[in-house]
Design a protein around this ligand. Structure first.
Ligand SMILES: Cc1cc2nc3c(=O)[nH]c(=O)nc-3n(C[C@H](O)[C@H](O)[C@H](O)COP(=O)(O)O)c2cc1C
Length: 324
């Protein structure tokens, strides 16, 4: 049985988006945006900020666990923070070895560590030792930094450190987010490791999932942008749609309801510019699946007030009802 993990996406998948997407169904696990760990033990407020679900048993309202992702290059301080966030109730800890951001890599964290398998091992082992046995520690890596020759060695180093699971984004840091994702490179890793290997990268449709599974040999997947562009995707993967259902498991009208719901959830954040930005970001990404959303985006892209965006969304709904 396939498991679908909702990918961590800084600035895109936060507590509100996790709430919306996990209520739809099909998602087994979420991973929080990364918490950048450098020199200190953070106070609880930092972890609550990235993962408010820590206050509700580490789960979204729909009951899906949220693992907390940490990122850093120093094993002792990573371990210290991991132990602390576990004590706050994190149901799992994920370590980020894949972030391609220049500032992050310049400061010895994220994908730059993929150049030294022994460092991945030391960080993962220190985090594993610091966290109670019943709390899983996992990691997420790319295929390499500038090339792929260390992919298997890195994966083995992480597994030998005691990680319960490894997600591999099937590209190097240098390849950024440029298609294709090299699903074929995941097969030797999945075959060599005795822990589950989760495939990640460029899964936008159920067909992509099936192709990725066939090529990579991985049953489990992590999906980021595809879940934002197609909110019904995890459900389509785990419970294939019947003929009567729409092209994306959701009609455009239902998507509009989700956007209205999302607006309600983020209305509590006291920054209208931030709210407007998040609404525009989602409507734009939905345009990949829903042509109507691409048209809606053209109408809202210059609006700065969330209420004005909401009003356009409501007009779109009324138009659909009037046409029906
Ligand atoms: C805007 C953005 C933010 C991201 N933030 C994170 C992050 O915080 N932690 C992480 O491990 N990966 C992060 N990623 C990488 C994604 O988790 C994922 O590996 C990548 O998008 C490929 O998967 P996809 O094709 O399903 O989107 C981010 C990607 C994007 C585009």
């Amino acid at each position: 049985m396939a498991t679908v993990t909702l990918a961590p996406m800084e600035g895109v998948i936060d507590v509100h988006m996790r709430d919306i997407l996990t209520r739809i169904g099909g998602i087994d696990l979420c991973v929080s945006e990364f918490v950048r760990v450098s020199q200190h033990l953070y106070p609880a407020s930092v972890f609550y900020n990235y993962c408010p679900e820590l206050k509700t048993g580490g789960k979204t309202a729909a009951g899906v666990p949220v693992h907390v992702q940490i990122m850093g290059g120093e094993a002792p301080v990573m371990a210290e923070n991991a132990e602390f966030v576990a004590s706050l109730g994190a149901p799992g800890i994920d370590i980020n070895f894949g972030c391609p951001a220049k500032t992050v890599n310049r400061h010895d964290a994220g994908a730059t560590l993929l150049q030294w398998p022994e460092r991945l091992h030391d960080i993962a082992a220190a985090v594993r030792r610091a966290v109670p046995d019943h709390i899983p520690v996992s990691a997420k890596m790319r295929l390499g930094f500038s090339e792929k020759s260390l992919a298997l060695e890195n994966a083995l180093a992480i597994a030998e450190a005691g990680a319960a699971k490894l997600t591999v984004h099937a590209r190097t840091k240098l390849e950024g987010y440029k298609p294709p994702a090299h699903w074929e490179c995941l097969r030797p890793i999945a075959e060599a490791l005795s822990i589950p290997v989760v495939a990640n990268g460029e899964i936008w449709t159920r067909q992509d999932y099936l192709k990725c599974r066939e090529i990579s040999g991985c049953t489990d997947v992590m999906i980021g942008r595809g879940m934002i562009a197609r909110p019904g995707l995890a459900r389509e993967i785990t419970a294939p749609p019947s003929g009567a259902q729409t092209r994306a498991g959701f009609a455009w009208l239902e998507i509009l309801d989700l956007i209205i719901d999302y607006h309600r959830l983020i209305a509590g954040v006291p920054h209208p510019v931030w709210q407007a930005g998040r609404l525009k970001q989602w409507i734009k990404l939905l345009g990949r699946t829903y042509g109507e959303s691409a048209d809606l985006f053209l109408r809202i892209r210059r609006l700065e007030e969330p209420v004005d965006i909401l009003s356009e969304v409501n007009s779109e709904r009324e138009r659909i009802y009037a046409d029906a």
